[in-house]
Design a binder for this molecule. Structure first.
Ligand code: M6R
Length: 610
């Protein structure tokens, strides 16, 4: 999704901006651009395509090397196709100011009509150019006053950075529904929509709240709330090392993050399991013993991979704690007027903590009076701050658009939640201690799957040519089927669907033939025999079936065309090694197909629009 970088300080702004744009590439984009303010002269350069193309275009442009203030952007097209004209920054009026914007201006049509009537000429189809001209319309004195007046007329979401040629060195940034972080340097401020663009320069950061607007010049930062005057926001320390956000010798971030999972899960579990009491600590949930015992229902909301992890949580919480649990797509939850009670705990799951639909679901749940908690990876993100209670994943930065380690860490936390809720009810201390051991074994289970990377790459060779695939599973392995299919389609562009193994014969089986393989989760456990029955049904329709099987299970191996083994583990923890096996399978299929794993087409890392 779109990314913003801006700089005001004493250094040459250009390399800082371009370096920041490179760091934001992982979020997904289709054009990029910069604007530099060199003592009253604003120069804008932008380009459809990759940041590297923008950089080559700038190579011959030595006029840009003096500026110490600028803004930059990677655009993920929403209003208008991904062309150079639609790329940001956009100039306001006759070029007196420049602006970059993340988010969507919902009333852009009526504003465009108003501005056209006032004589403004548009060069792009974007809602952002509307905002740039609107700021210009109000630009009679200070830029910040013009931005405030313009934002009062705007409906929708925004993270913006703007500068005027009349105020060299000055940046105005603001947010509503789209993150902005200010990186505080010694004589400079680096602004970005994502901390990964600033950690090379500083770890001291201020996260703007919704409706904050900041005036920045060098290291001077003044923040005000759009309608309430000056405010002070806390400074936080970004705890990612810059190495954590690098590829570290792996060909793609996705592979690096798949291999980081044992360590990431250990970090998620660290200090949160009590072996003696057979319990999980999770103090961040901040639930009093009474709230815990009176918990009526756990409602889990999320999108994509995070929602798939939520399904595992639903199963485990009902299974072990006997507490009603439901998962709902965050986008649906916000619009369908759900019934939520004060004794319901809403758990919002989000790697980025910025997903627009999940954030809106959080706000809806807060308005309805529920207990609302976040299960978030990105420290300081909007969902983490607005929920106020919850559990950080501590998975480290997840750069790959295709989410991997976030899923396995999310599931690890959800299992700990199930344990905590169960122990506050019927689960005995002994059973709790066994559960703790099972959770603690997860990193080693993942390591055993990672050891089979070469073998999984060989299996992948047999599935590269297919254009469609089904993933099936039962019980805890049903969410794994959903996640396996999501991963495959995201990065290999093979059409893939995840189904409950029993559901296949209620329709999708019509599509099976020798060109449509089935990937079946056949791990030892309660549903295995029935799933093997479904495997036979698929093979009877000539589908090739690749099974995930428990190590040593010769019966399952004999029934399958291909197999990948995972170590033995109870059903609730087998989710994690099985998913890791499917992550590697998708990765290798996509690699063998030559797909752009780092920047899958049409996808964005953090989906901050509806
Ligand atoms: O940051 P979030 O966890 O809220 O993101 C939710 C989804 O957009 C995300 O999981 C998406 O489905 C990934 N691309 C999956 O790999």
């Amino acid at each position: 999704m779109c990314g913003i970088v801006a700089y005001s300080g004493s250094r040459n702004a250009l390399p800082v901006l371009l370096g920041g744009l490179k760091k934001l590439e992982y979020r997904g984009y289709d054009s990029s651009g910069i604007a530099l303010n060199d003592n009253g002269q604003i120069t804008i350069r932008k380009r459809q395509g990759k940041v590297s193309e923008l950089i080559s275009m700038l190579d011959s442009d030595s006029t840009l090397e003096q500026a110490t203030c600028g803004i930059a952007h990677t655009r993920w097209a929403t209003h208008g196709p991904p062309t150079t004209e639609n790329a940001h920054p956009h100039a306001g009026g006759k070029g007196d100011l420049a602006l970059v914007h993340n988010g969507i201006i919902e009333n852009h049509r009526s504003l465009r009509e108003k501005l056209t009537a006032a004589g403004y000429v548009f060069c792009s189809e974007t809602d952002t150019e509307v905002l740039a001209h609107l700021v210009d319309l109000h630009h009679k004195g200070k830029l910040i006053d013009a931005v405030i007046s313009a934002l009062r007329e705007v409906e929708g979401t925004f993270g913006i950075a703007a500068m005027s040629r009349h105020e060299p060195g000055v940046l105005v940034v603001a947010r509503r529904g789209s993150p902005i972080v200010l990186g505080l340097g010694r004589e400079e401020t680096i602004i970005a929509s994502d901390a990964s663009a600033i950690i090379k320069h500083t770890r001291q950061a201020i996260y703007l709240d919704d409706n904050d607007i900041a005036l920045i010049q060098g290291n001077d930062v003044e923040i005000q709330a759009l309608d309430a005057g000056p405010v002070s926001r806390p400074t936080s320390q970004i705890d990612w090392s810059s190495n954590a956000a690098k590829k570290g010798g792996y060909e793609h971030y996705m592979l690096k993050e798949i291999f980081e999972q044992p360590e990431a899960i250990r970090n998620t579990l660290r200090g949160r399991l009590d072996r003696n009491r057979g319990n999980a600590l999770l103090s961040g949930l901040n639930l009093s013993p009474r709230e815990l015992s009176e918990l009526h229902r756990v409602l889990i909301v999320g999108c994509g991979t995070s929602m798939n992890a939520g399904l595992v949580g639903e199963y485990a919480i009902e299974d072990f704690a006997g507490v009603l649990a439901e998962v709902e797509q965050a986008a649906e939850f916000r619009y369908r007027n759900p019934i939520v009670k004060p004794s319901d705990l809403v758990v919002a799951i989000s790697q980025s903590g910025e997903t627009a639909d999940t954030l809106a679901a959080v706000r809806e749940a807060i308005d309805k009076g529920a207990l609302v908690s976040g299960l978030v990876n990105t420290v300081g993100s909007t969902i983490a701050r607005e929920t106020g209670r919850g559990v950080y994943l501590h998975a480290g930065p997840e750069i790959s658009v295709a989410s991997t380690k976030a899923f396995t860490c999310q599931v690890s936390v959800l299992l700990m939640m199930a344990l905590k809720f169960a122990r506050s009810r019927r689960m005995s201390r002994d059973a709790g201690c066994r559960f703790v051991e099972e959770i603690e074994a997860i990193p080693s289970l993942v390591e055993q799957v990672l050891e089979q990377n070469d073998n999984i790459a060989k299996v992948a060779e047999r599935y590269v040519e297919q254009s469609s695939a089904f993933f099936i599973g039962r019980g805890y392995l049903y969410p794994v089927a959903l996640e396996g299919a999501l991963k495959l389609k995201e990065i290999s562009y093979i059409h893939a669907e995840g189904y409950h193994a029993a559901e296949l014969k209620h329709g999708p089986i019509a599509l099976l033939d020798e060109n449509v393989p089935v990937i079946a989760l056949c791990n030892e456990g309660p549903g295995k025999d029935k799933t093997l029955g479904n495997v036979a049904e698929c093979q009877a329709r000539k589908s090739r079936v690749l099974g995930i099987v428990t190590q040593g299970d010769q019966e399952a191996i004999a029934a399958l065309d291909d197999h990948i083994v995972v170590p033995a583990s109870p059903p609730h923890t087998s989710v994690i090694p099985s998913t890791v096996a499917l992550q590697l399978l998708s990765y290798h299929i996509a690699r063998l197909k030559g797909c752009s794993i780092g920047q899958p087409r049409n996808l964005a890392k953090s989906v901050t629009v509806e």
